[in-house]
Ligand binder design. Structure first.
Ligand SMILES: [Zn+2]
Length: 239
């Protein structure tokens, strides 16, 4: 079955002093080299929505999906110009009730407050041809939510972001990659077309669209490891 790598990024930039999990940061220069390498290898970098026909097996081609979790300001400021330079699109997953705020769900454990895009910044991202995906309303562990909370977090984030952008929001990403059957059903019932997890590995045509695995691109990855993750079974074995 054809393989479609879905790359997962969090922050593009330099970690603040004292920040933990510095691997979540990919420096701007490293990101630029990765995108250049994708293009050099003949990949078209696409958003989740644009890649859906490939993931469903309706279209063939060398594509890689580019995703950003949480919606940090550095995705707009540092990643967007590089994506544009390469003619790529990407999906960023936003937390619809933390717009213009910070990562309150893990600021304490990471020892850093990271700025999230505000409404205007999300609109700029969208106007640049990039996709707005949903990542819940408040970034909870969805398996701990009651049915009512689940509905609120999942369907609620969809309608919040649709109101903001004036476009359909069809892509979801599970906070912390935390999910079970009840959660995936709620995502499907809310009208999303697909969802990504934090399960490591490369997506394959025919995979359950609500359980897509991704490739973790970490700040310490040198370019050759990036290529290995993209093109070999390296990341699948970590999953
Ligand atoms: Zn997240």
């Amino acid at each position: 079955m054809p393989i479609i790598p879905i790359l997962m990024y969090h922050n593009i930039g330099v970690p603040a002093q004292g920040a933990r999990l510095r691997n979540l940061y990919v420096r701007k220069g490293a990101f630029a080299r990765q995108m250049f390498m994708l293009r050099l290898l003949g990949y078209q970098g696409l958003s989740m929505s644009a890649a859906m026909p490939y993931l469903r097996g309706e279209k063939m081609g060398r594509v890689a999906v580019i995703t950003f979790d949480d919606g940090y300001v550095d995705t707009l400021e540092n990643a967007l110009p590089i994506l544009q330079k390469n003619g790529f699109s990407a999906t960023c997953y936003f937390i619809s009730q933390r717009i213009g705020q910070y990562n309150d769900w893990d600021a304490a454990s990471l020892n850093v407050r990271k700025s999230l895009m505000n409404q205007d910044q999300i609109r700029s991202w969208h106007k640049a041809g990039m996709e707005v995906g949903a990542h819940s309303r408040t970034h909870p562990r969805l398996t701990n939510c009651t049915d009512t909370e689940l509905q609120n977090e999942i369907a609620g984030s969809k309608s919040d972001l649709e109101k903001l952008t004036g476009s359909a929001v069809t892509q979801f990403c599970y906070p912390y990659g935390d999910l079970d059957e009840r959660v995936t059903s709620a995502v499907k019932d809310a009208g999303f077309e697909a969802a990504t997890t934090t399960q490591r590995g490369r997506a394959r045509v025919g995979d359950n669209p609500f359980l897509f695995r991704r490739i973790l691109v970490s700040g310490s990855n040198l370019l050759h490891l990036f290529i290995l993750k993209l093109m070999s079974g390296y990341e699948d074995k970590r999953g």
